[in-house]
Design a protein. Structure first.
Length: 300
């Protein structure tokens, strides 16, 4: 991964968005490696979605959630195990019940330490936020969709299967028609492909397309992406269309026996031409690499 040179990945508790009754989002203010964080309330419990990166960010998130909870029980879940989403869970120990899907728990146990080491090498701003991280196993692990009763409000924790990671899950609030996608969807940037062979090749562009097609078909009223501005169904449609065109343009060139290096060069230029305002262009190359590998598997 390239060295991180953007503003410090710090969660700022400001300009909090209210998406419905007792349903808040701490926006990431378009700061890289800061996720959008949800606080969802019912009559007797509150659910926090994402921790922020490291204990100092998580302390702020927990303090905000506790203030909103006003004595109600607190739950924590994360959309996947990556550091900016889950590596603050230690702060919630003893204060909240941490629950995630089985595949995500396995990801954390198997790859958490390696991702911590990898992110610590991104540069001083990231390493500073990761100081003192102690990877924390969830209190509860579930398989299949989990219906979390917060009191007068059911929140659905729905594993999607392998896509951005093996352990992806979305968080749906049916009564408000709000969907938290994690990094299955981002706003105003190219899709993040954590394709790091031979160390991590769990991302699947083909499965990702199927997942995002299903989510877009549900047409939620509000979509909270992993990073970027809160949107609606169009956000999911944009991600779906981009992933499809990335696959199609990559495979068209792969079918002609073009080298992967040449494919990256052409497809990167084409994607930037089509989406000139999107950020995180470095992830295009990773996406092409992933889809080239899946092309080979597809033909086998």
């Amino acid at each position: 991964m390239p060295e991180y040179t953007n503003p410090d990945p710090v969660v700022e508790i400001k300009d909090v968005r209210e998406l419905g009754h007792d349903l808040l989002v701490i926006p990431n203010h378009r700061v890289d490696l800061v996720p959008n964080i949800g606080v969802i309330g019912g009559t007797h419990s509150v659910l926090v979605v994402e921790t922020g990166m490291g204990p100092r960010n998580a302390e702020k998130v927990l303090a905000f959630a506790a203030e909103q909870a006003e004595g109600r029980r607190i739950y924590l879940t994360t959309t996947h195990f990556h550091p900016e989403h889950a590596f603050g869970a230690q702060v919630f120990a003893g204060e909240a019940t941490y629950l995630v899907n089985k595949a995500q728990a396995e990801d954390l146990a198997q790859k958490g330490e390696s991702y911590l080491a990898m992110f610590e090498q991104l540069g001083e701003p990231v390493a500073r936020q990761l100081e003192g991280v102690a990877l924390t196993a969830p209190d509860e692990v579930y398989d299949g969709t989990y219906q979390l009763d917060l009191g007068g409000r059911i929140v659905e924790l729905r594993p999607t299967g392998r896509a951005h990671s093996k352990g992806d899950q979305v968080v749906a609030v049916p009564d408000a028609d709000v969907l938290f996608t994690g990094d299955l969807a981002e706003a105003g940037q190219f899709a993040i492909f954590p394709w790091f062979p031979p160390y991590d090749t769990d991302v699947s562009g083909l499965r990702w397309i199927k997942v995002i097609e299903q989510l877009a078909a549900e047409a939620p009223r509000v979509v909270v992406p992993g990073h970027g501005t809160i949107g609606d169904t169009q956000l999911l449609t944009d991600v779906r269309d981009y992933l499809r065109e990335l696959r199609d343009e990559t495979w068209r060139r792969r079918d002609s026996a073009m080298s992967e290096e040449a494919i990256v060069h052409e497809v990167r230029a084409l994607m930037i031409e089509r989406h000139p305002d999107w950020t995180m262009r470095e992830w295009i190359e990773r996406g092409v690499g992933c889809l080239c590998a899946e092309h080979t598997q597809h033909l086998a």
